[in-house]
Design a binder for this molecule. Structure first.
Ligand code: GDP
Length: 521
């Protein structure tokens, strides 16, 4: 029987060490996990679901690949889509966010808004994804709650609308004032946070003597917030003008059930989606999905290739024959998985909002649509402005064939952007990345998976602008700029620096030189 309970599909955006793994575990503890997809990447043995298909991943203790965790809470099915946790940026991180309906911004109370959080937030803003904020680690000394509200307002220009307000400053966490009900949710420490932290709710007149003074402070601040347009407004939240805020300690499991309740209460449902031709697919229409990530090399013995797709509309059933929009060809979904780590499990049915992995999906690329019924094609997943460029060459010229095949594969997966020009020829493609770690992934996979060592040589470009064939012709031979073509056909003009890009645009007002969405460092 298909599980048609309502869905919530979200991602946690945070800077490394803010507590994303801890929160993920705590969420799973509160809910009933249906499938675990290696979403919890570990730094210790306690976390057994490491998606460690890549030695590099293990060595660094980070999750380079993205996965999803599915669980049931109350009457909902929740899909938590993992974002890679390393401080370096890869394009993967961004693409994951195209698969979610909302995001939870996890902030370390002691550190405030850190760089990676801000970058990920920008992507959410660009895509119109509503963001809820969780101030984590309130059990430890940190900034004041009001300081944190100011930081949010200042740095991301969203109006913070706290739904809970801490009773006790950071490091003296007594509980929170639930601003919607006026109750005191008292926090009780448990040993190591191993079990659900008991949260005791009480009315204002039941607050113990020992918490009375801090409670009074919280009430006062809560009233001030009310005068300051800082109350939750669902429309403004969905419009991306405000961010509801909660205070928590993921390690102590405090605030975690509140977060789940919040997700159910205010986070958006999967919604109708517009195709490139302007037609709209409603969630209850025929099945359709788009691929937001392709991954291979999970198993060295046989090179399987997984394409992760987010269901946009309709019910999916394993075995269904769907149409691949970009080729018009049928695609059999005999092998569909719900688990993306090592331990795989087939998925029988899926609903809008769910993430499915298609096995051996050689033809599926990032951004592709699959559907049944009326044709639909979703807009491409945006690619971000690369800021790091190298030329690549085969480390062993005798293995040039493997080199070519590897580059083509990694290009299709979107591991890096591959740029070419007649001038440079095919032997030395230019690789462009949002974050330099993408090159390390290329190096690792070329060596271990495609048996073709690769050599890079750094190029001095820093800025890319989108141009067209006319721009390519006009800029040929101009100093400090080179035009190359990406495999999706886009022309990119590469400049040594911002200044050169600016001057070129100023001197050639008729040329198309568009900025791409900014990404990396
Ligand atoms: P990630 O890099 O964002 O996945 O962060 P982790 O979940 O691995 O947490 C980083 C560190 O912060 C670990 O040592 C956690 O035990 C600790 N931590 C996470 N949440 C809390 C919290 O609420 N309170 C305290 N005191 N420590 C926390």
């Amino acid at each position: 029987m298909p599980d048609t309970r309502p869905r919530r599909t979200f991602a946690v955006i945070s800077h490394p060490d803010a507590g994303k793994s801890t929160l993920t575990e705590a969420l799973a503890l509160h809910a009933r996990v249906i499938t675990e997809a290696g979403a919890v990447h570990g730094k210790g043995d306690r976390r057994a679901t490491v998606s460690d298909w890549m030695a590099m991943e293990k060595a660094r203790g980070i999750s380079i690949t993205s996965a999803a965790l599915q669980f049931v809470y109350r009457d909902h099915v929740i899909n938590l889509v993992d974002t890679p946790g390393h401080s370096d940026f890869s394009e993967d991180t961004y693409r994951v966010l195209s698969a979610v309906d909302s995001a939870v911004m996890l902030v370390d109370a002691g550190k405030g808004l850190e760089p990676q959080t801000l970058k990920l937030f920008k992507v959410c803003a660009l895509r119109g994804i509503p963001v809820m904020t969780v101030i984590n680690k309130w059990d430890r000394p940190g900034l004041s709650a009001l300081e944190l509200m100011d930081l949010i307002q200042e740095k991301i220009k969203l109006r913070p609308t706290p739904l809970t307000w801490p009773v006790g400053e950071a490091g003296d966490f007594r509980g929170v004032l639930d601003r919607r009900t006026g109750e005191f949710v008292k926090y009780t420490r448990t040993a190591g946070g191993a079990t659900r932290a008991p949260e005791r709710r009480m009315a204002a007149d039941e607050v113990d003597e020992i918490d009375a003074a801090l409670w009074a402070d919280a009430v006062e601040e809560h009233e001030l917030l009310g005068l300051d347009e800082a109350d939750h407004d669902q429309d403004r939240f969905l419009a991306g003008e405000t961010t509801p805020v909660m205070f928590a300690s993921a390690l102590q499991n405090f605030g975690v059930a509140q977060l789940l309740d919040l997700l159910l209460d205010i986070a958006p449902d999967p919604s109708p989606t517009e195709g490139v031709d302007g037609s709209v697919r409603k969630v209850e229409d025929d099945f359709s999905a788009f691929v937001f990530k392709v991954q291979s090399g999970m198993n060295n013995a046989h090179r399987d290739r997984l394409a992760y797709a987010r269901v946009v509309s309709g019910a999916f059933e394993r075995g269904m024959v769907v149409t691949h929009a970009s080729t018009g060809r049928p695609f059999a979904t005999k092998f569909a998985q719900s688990v993306f780590g090592r331990d795989t499990q087939s998925v029988e049915t899926a609903e809008p909002g769910d993430i499915i992995g298609f096995v051996n999906a050689q033809s599926l690329r990032v951004g592709d649509t699959v559907y049944v019924g009326d044709p639909i094609e979703y807009p491409p997943v945006p690619s971000f402005a690369p800021e790091h460029f190298v030329t690549a060459s085969a480390g062993d010229i005798g293995r040039y064939k493997q080199f070519r095949r590897g580059i083509e594969q990694l290009d299709q997966e979107g591991v890096v952007q591959v740029l070419r020009s007649d001038l440079r020829g095919d032997q030395n493609p230019v690789l462009a990345a949002v974050g330099p770690m993408q090159f390390e992934v290329v190096e690792d996979r070329m060596t271990n998976e495609f048996n073709s060592p690769i050599r890079f040589s750094r190029l001095d470009y820093q800025v890319a602008r989108r141009t067209d064939a006319a721009g390519a012709a006009a800029l040929a031979g101009v100093r400090g700029v080179e035009v190359l073509q990406r495999s999706d056909g886009t022309y990119l003009a590469l400049f040594v620096d911002q200044w050169r890009a600016m001057v070129t645009a100023r001197d050639n007002p008729d040329l198309m030189l568009e900025a791409l969405p900014a990404g990396g460092s």
